[in-house]
Design a protein around this ligand. Structure first.
Ligand SMILES: [Fe+2]
Length: 370
């Protein structure tokens, strides 16, 4: 690992973090003009906390996993509202749609035109991203994922034009996230950090963010699960998620996320849950080739005294209330080879893993998680 490789680090122009920081959106926006808030039916309930002035329209039709139709509906809402400012108010799905809408609503480019890296032509509309979950770190980054139901996969758009002008981490907006979702999404945030940290393309700049994120998860996730109104713990988890989002930019994830994806597309598990189930297995699989970094991860999570890392990491996740058995999430044993083939084919992530993983090794992990 060295500093010799050139990396690019995008971050929001301004970050507001702390209890009731959401009120800073209105102060920052001032009399900017017309505002479009992109939200889910649930997060639309937080709009009053933003203190927005002027003409405010709301599109609250973002479901759990946004698909092309959802994106098009949000674009239609934006073309009707003609916003000067787009505010994303929600979890990763909402924020992903908001960043695309801000960049594309007044241009000619379609979603297909901008799929892949660096294809967005520009952006004229300001973008504020207000997170209401701690997991994806979408508010920190330049990537958006939209499900293509026809192909059963995700369209990934990546562009510097998708970065927020303002990102807001207000722990009070996450108080109502249920314990099981808090646990799974928190482990997802940690997985972003761990998979970047032990990545074949790891970089010292990103390692710093990754380790801070992992330590925050070790310190605060159990507290946030136990008491959803623990402001300090919630804030710590939002920051961990933000750091995870930064890790996703220049380094990205590896085998953990590759193995989690088929559980989302084929078994329809939420992204955080899928990652929580896979996390202990990949951590242990990579231990032999990344012993020092794995030891740092284990220490940050309080697992460094345990003789068996897989068992300890599994107990860490299960202890947070995550149901870790695939069989209890509706998977059947005959599905596992299909999962393994699909995961193994996600080369953009599998090739990041510090240890090569054969199809049989992928299958062995699914069997162990079954
Ligand atoms: Fe993730």
């Amino acid at each position: 690992m060295s500093l010799s490789r050139v990396i690019t680090l995008h971050q929001p122009k301004r970050l507001e973090i702390g209890a009731d920081a959401s009120a800073r959106v209105g102060e920052w926006a001032g009399d900017i003009g017309t505002v479009l808030v992109v939200a889910s039916p649930h997060t639309a309930g937080f709009i009053d906390r933003l203190g927005l002035r002027g003409k405010v329209s709301v599109f609250d039709g973002i479901p759990g996993e946004p698909d092309i139709a959802t994106f098009e509906a949000a674009m239609a809402a934006a073309r009707a509202a003609r916003p000067d400012l787009v505010v994303g108010l929600g979890g990763g799905s909402v924020l992903d749609v908001a960043k695309l809408v801000a960049a594309l609503w007044d241009g000619d480019q379609t979603l297909a035109d901008v799929a892949g890296p660096n294809r967005v032509a520009g952006r004229r509309t300001a973008l504020a991203q207000v997170a209401t979950t701690a997991g994806t770190g979408s508010e920190a980054g330049i990537r958006a994922l939209i499900t293509d139901p026809g192909k059963g996969n995700k369209i990934a758009v990546e562009s510097p034009w998708l970065i927020a002008d303002l990102a807001v981490l207000d722990p009070r907006l996450t108080f109502s996230v249920p314990p099981a979702v808090t646990a799974a999404t928190g482990i997802d945030a940690m997985a972003h950090c761990v998979e970047a940290f032990t990545n074949r393309n790891a970089h010292p700049v990103i390692d710093g963010y990754a380790l801070m994120g992992i330590e925050l998860v070790g310190r605060y996730l159990a507290r946030a699960v136990k008491d959803g109104t623990d402001t300090e713990a919630r804030e710590g988890m939002m920051l961990a998620s933000f750091y995870g989002g930064i890790c996703l930019g220049p380094v990205n994830t590896a085998a953990g996320h590759a193995l989690a994806y088929p559980l989302g597309t084929l078994l329809h598990l939420p992204h955080g849950l899928a990652n929580a189930i896979i996390f202990p297995h990949v951590l242990a699989f990579n231990q032999g080739v990344a012993p020092d970094k794995t030891a740092k991860v284990a220490a940050a999570l309080g697992l460094d005294k345990a003789p068996d890392l897989l068992a300890a990491a599994h107990a860490f996740c299960a202890g947070l209330g995550v149901e870790m058995r695939l069989a209890n999430h509706g998977a059947t044993e005959d599905q596992l080879p299909r999962f393994a083939a699909e995961a193994h084919a996600i080369r953009r992530l599998m090739d990041n893993n510090p240890r090569d993983m054969s199809v049989d090794e992928v299958l062995a992990i699914y069997r162990a998680a079954f």
